[in-house]
Design a protein around this ligand. Sequence first.
Ligand code: AMP
Length: 209
Amino acid sequence: MNFSELGLNPSIVKALAEEGYEKPTAVQNQAIPAALAGGDLLVSSQTGSGKTAAFMLPSLERLAHPPKSTGTGPRVLVLTPTRELAQQVKTAAETYSKHLRRVRTVCVVGGTAYPQQLRSLKAPFEVLVATPGRLLDLATSGRIDFSRLEVLVLDEADRMLDMGFIGDVDRIAAEARWRKQTMLFSATLEGAGLRKFAEDLLKDPAELF
Ligand code: AMP
């Protein structure tokens, strides 16, 4: 299978070719068609497996089509445990979406000055990558419009649990209740904590790997 056979838009496939991606990795082969079908996903994946593209490409595919509702907030929200990972995911989103029209990506993380962050949220944007604590601050003060959110992704969910973000993530997921799809990626799917987290957030997920 190549990326177009997986069902991705030619603009996305072009960006991948420019990055030198010749064929999908194992997790991409499984997760991309499953995500494009629209259901929830629970995926076990290590760093280095190509997991970022596995959730980002099918999420960006939605952005090749006009939104179903109006609003200026994100259509895709990715939560990550650390600022560094958030920055990497933002860069990946920008790289893969560079030939799609009107896709703006914003990154919201702790340690950044609030005025600068608020400015970045003023113009409409499509993809939001964030760490849970800072996003929750902004969401509960009404700074983020979740009304057109389609996809929520939890990246490295096991680390978010270990770092004590479960309460923040639950509250963000409640704000993001109009979403159509949730994907949880984690190095491990073992452990009662992770299973409970997944059960609370995902509806009838396809479990991969
Ligand atoms: P990740 O597991 O998402 O951190 O990705 C690990 C690295 O693999 C990143 O540098 C990606 O740019 C790269 N990568 C992801 N998918 C592919 C692919 N299909 N072909 C070549 N490189 C890839």
